[in-house]
Design a protein around this ligand. Sequence first.
Ligand SMILES: C[S@@+](CC[C@H](N)C(=O)[O-])C[C@H]1O[C@@H](n2cnc3c(N)ncnc32)[C@H](O)[C@@H]1O
Length: 259
Amino acid sequence: MNLNEVQKASQEQFAKQSHRYGRGHILENVDDVSEALRSIQLPTPAKVLDVATGGGHTGLYLASSGHQVTLADIAQPMLDRAKQTALERGLTVETRQHPAEDFPYGDATFDLVTCRVAAHHFSSPNDFVRETARVLKSQGWFLLIDGSVEDNQPEAEEWLHQVEKFRDPSHHRFLTPGQWTALCQKHGLSPFKAVLTPFKQPDLNWYFETAATSPENRAEVLKLIRNAPDSARKLYNLGEETGKIVWWWQRLTLLAKKV
Ligand SMILES: C[S@@+](CC[C@H](N)C(=O)[O-])C[C@H]1O[C@@H](n2cnc3c(N)ncnc32)[C@H](O)[C@@H]1O
């Protein structure tokens, strides 16, 4: 695989941290996925591609619903663990290692492409959406769930970007609903819904541990929190609860259809 620097950083980070994303991780709860898909019709079985599958929670949920699922990720240890979980749950899935910006599939292969809590790592959201549109069949669906920031909040967006970058240098950028919607339209995907839902960061120390943040970078994040602008304090409801630093992100759920 020919990877750029951003992709290499993600691959390294998630290969090292793959043990943290399986059973017991907050992403194991896939209510957001089932809720989002309730409003659309899929063939049974549908051919599904789950991009940046991580612990496989989204893809395995879809496999357990009777669909034919390919789990894809840039980090092989993630795929190995997801495959193991599939075996333990008696599910059959295919796994493929490749970046989200360049797919090894033919045009019009899938009925549904999913990508949950990962796209903020991608070096080129544009290439990712272009590839998604290419491999979707006509009338196929794209489900994106990812951290996001409201449109028109540049100061708070920049603050969160700095925090995330120090916490996990493989973080690339959160995009706003308007930016994702524009990318979909550019590549022939018609936005069906784009909804922001508040989502809690429950404990900064837990969040550091998830990414194995270095002590120097933890200090930088704490400095950013002490000096947070009012716009960020207010937008993210930044605060302390029983000694834990918490805030609320926005999680974007976007559904778009190939026209
Ligand atoms: C938080 S995990 C994903 C969680 C998962 N989708 C779920 O629903 O539980 C993020 C994943 O994105 C993958 N990733 C990051 N950058 C990538 C890229 N450019 N291409 C493909 N996968 C990538 C990482 O290897 C990691 O497994």
